[in-house]
Design a protein around this ligand. Sequence first.
Ligand code: IPE
Ligand code: IPE
Ligand code: MG
Length: 238
Amino acid sequence: MKDEKQKIPVHVAVIMDGNGRWAQKRGWPRIRGHREGAESVRAVLRACKTAGVKYLTLYAFSTENWVRPKTEVAGLMTLLSKFLKEQARELHENQVRLRTIGHIHDLPKSLQKELQRVKDETAHYTSGTLILALSYGGRVELTDAMRRIAGRVKDGALEPEAITEETIRESLYAPDIPDPDYMIRTSGEMRISNFLLWQLAYAEFYITDVLWPDFREPEFMKALEEYSRRHRRFGNIK
Ligand code: IPE
Ligand code: IPE
Ligand code: MG
């Protein structure tokens, strides 16, 4: 149960890593790790509801992940479609809206359609927001933002001197979503792998050796407890 005094992050962003290693450790194909990882997504979604986390961003597929073997990429896309179909009902029940960030047009057409359908159907919900980062890269997001801003300058709609942090922020994929307060990475890698480069500027980081398929409610709650002990200073001395 939620401790009334516990400080809860408004927005948690997760690098769901370690599916392949989880499977390989057991002598199983990597895709089995991805399948088990989908169960962790469900578990973390439930935990967010219990704890009162309003926004959850999940790094599901990066721009860099396209270089993986064709069979693994195809398997991941199939799993994503399956996940969406199975999860849609729960999103409705819990009044959670679905959003996406990334180059969605790179995904298989059927998956794009399914994503659009669930996004449209859940757009009006306000209990929580699930943001899936798909074919997402932080550098590409910033590049897209620069292009948009340059276009406005070229059209004479914006003076270069008038460009502020706010101009950049509002040119990102999801400008209405508050920056993540907490970034969780599973499987121990000490890097951000091109995730939310702008938005993570002041996020607290939590890196655990637990592999994503083993990261269920208890692990998530443990991470939240750790967050409540963090002292965010934002450059101040207090
Ligand atoms: C994370 O698990 C899932 C995706 C990147 C899609 P990995 O597939 O990266 O698993 P490891 O890091 O190889 O164990
Ligand atoms: C980051 O994991 C991307 C996702 C979780 C979707 P990777 O496994 O792709 O990251 P690297 O390659 O180890 O940095
Ligand atoms: Mg990995």
